[in-house]
Design a protein around this ligand. Structure first.
Ligand SMILES: Nc1ncnc2c1ncn2[C@@H]1O[C@H](COP(=O)(O)OP(=O)(O)O)[C@@H](O)[C@H]1O
Ligand SMILES: C[C@@](O)(CCOP(=O)(O)O)CC(=O)O
Length: 417
């Protein structure tokens, strides 16, 4: 067995600076990529599999204690549609119908996580390669991101898988051949551009074009919908594009020109499921008694996001105003946390973290779905090192781990070994 294509993909995690939950209801949010990543290692091997429609894969996912074989099944229908494929896979998963031998024997989270992987590799390869003979893959995925804590581990996982699969296609196709597909055949692709999207072979420049990033983002959103009941698309967008993004559901995204900022990430120690928290807000929203109140809260959070975008723009245009604008962002953080508390998505430990930071004149809020997970705190550039260290020690005394990260980092990237 000789090894052939081999590469590594990294996708950042993210924090939501402002606007979680209200983004699900159509309001804007601001998210930033952080310097903590998911790393996927892809290795192609030749094997004796003559079947054009299946690819044996070794999958290693240490974070969920999974290591095993998974056969990727290609679906070479000429009119293959990702949205139909998604719906069919979702129905089988939800109804617990027999699906694939290796997946059927798995339970709960493992099954979902591996179904996502199969969905992405099966779907993308069915679209762009159709058939593959005598190859097998080894896919290993590790991450420094904690799972289920609000730093976008699932989006980072989905984006790295889609990017790896697309990268494989780009390595595999002959250098002078461009693969074109007809959007008229496929509602999914017709959304990704008004014309044909061309996937070009990798040559010297091992990176993704804007059209390919758009494609990565769309596939990752479909995949995210297996993990979260109804993802807004914010997480996969920031993990794909990186930097700082102002995002509105169904209304694309705008990259913000952000100064380099540091935040303190504080882990509450409480695990939660994004899907469940989003559902708890939805249940309240569906109750006529609360709906107008929730609408007002979402509108206010939308205003907070607009003011924050303004402060960030001012900072980018006039660095001398940085401290003044950071102070505005800190006030907006307090306001956003108050509104998230009133939605019922904070947690007593998150409230305790916010109170500890307040003793050091620092301002914090939960990030992501809430009810546990992480809190974030802006670290002003002029803060004395010893003050932030004392604050981190105090958090530790109360049992909260914290670390400083840089926000506004690049999005998904690929590296050859
Ligand atoms: N490195 C990884 N290895 C395996 N599964 C992962 C990995 N990262 C994320 N996942 C998947 O994403 C799920 C976590 O998603 P979620 O609860 O939404 O957390 P987050 O808020 O970090 O996105 C995990 O249960 C698993 O299914
Ligand atoms: C609550 C929400 O706004 C953010 C969830 O973020 P996370 O999955 O906790 O990282 C949901 C969403 O945007 O899909």
């Amino acid at each position: 067995m000789s090894s052939n294509i081999q590469f590594e993909v990294t996708a950042p995690g993210k924090i939501i600076l402002f606007g979680e939950h209200s983004v699900v209801y159509g309001k804007p949010a601001i998210a930033c990529a952080i310097d903590q990543h998911t790393t996927l290692t892809f290795t192609e091997s030749y094997c004796n599999n003559q079947d054009l429609n299946t690819i044996p894969c070794r999958i290693i996912l240490p974070l969920i204690n999974y290591s095993g074989m998974l056969t990727i099944h290609l679906d070479a229908k000429p009119t293959f549609s990702p949205t139909t494929y998604f719906q069919e896979t979702l129905n089988k998963l939800n109804k617990n119908e027999p699906f694939l031998n290796e997946l059927d024997t798995l339970s709960g989270n493992e099954k979902k996580t591996l179904t996502v992987l199969h969905f992405i590799f099966g779907g993308i390869l069915s679209c762009y390669m159709k058939q593959l003979k005598n190859v097998s893959f080894t896919i290993g995925i590790t991450s420094v991101l904690k799972l289920g804590a609000g730093t976008g581990s699932s989006a980072s996982y989905c984006v790295s898988l889609v990017a790896a699969c697309l990268a494989y296609v780009k390595f595999k196709i002959n250098s002078n051949v461009e693969i074109q597909f007809d959007p008229l055949l496929d509602d999914f692709h017709s959304q990704s551009g008004d014309n044909l999207l061309i996937i070009e072979a990798f040559t010297d420049n091992i990176s993704f074009s804007d059209g390919e990033k758009c494609l990565i983002n769309r596939w990752a959103l479909l995949a995210e919908n297996f993990i979260h009941t109804k993802a807004s698309g914010l997480d996969n967008t920031i993990c794909t594009y990186g930097t700082m993004v102002q995002y509105t559901k169904l209304n694309s995204h705008k990259l913000l020109e952000a100064p380099e900022l540091k935040i303190l990430l504080i882990y509450s120690g409480i695990e939660r499921s994004t899907g469940n928290v989003v559902q708890s807000v939805r249940t309240k929203y569906n109750d006529d008694t609360y709906q107008p109140i929730l609408d007002a809260i979402f509108n206010s959070i939308g205003q907070i996001v607009n003011s924050a975008v303004n402060a960030i723009d001012q900072m980018a245009q006039n660095p001398l105003q940085e401290l003044q604008q950071i102070s505005v962002l800190q006030t907006l953080m307090d306001m956003n946390q108050g509104l998230l508390m009133s939605l019922g998505v904070s947690h007593e430990t998150l409230d305790a973290i916010v109170a500890i930071l307040k003793k050091f004149d620092l301002h914090a809020k939960l990030t992501g779905a809430g009810m546990g997970g992480y809190a974030i705190c802006l670290v002003p550039p002029n803060i004395h090192k010893s003050k932030i260290q004392t604050c981190m020690q105090e958090l530790k005394i109360y049992g909260f781990e914290s670390n400083i990260c840089t926000i506004g980092c690049p999005g998904v990237r690929i590296q050859t070994k």
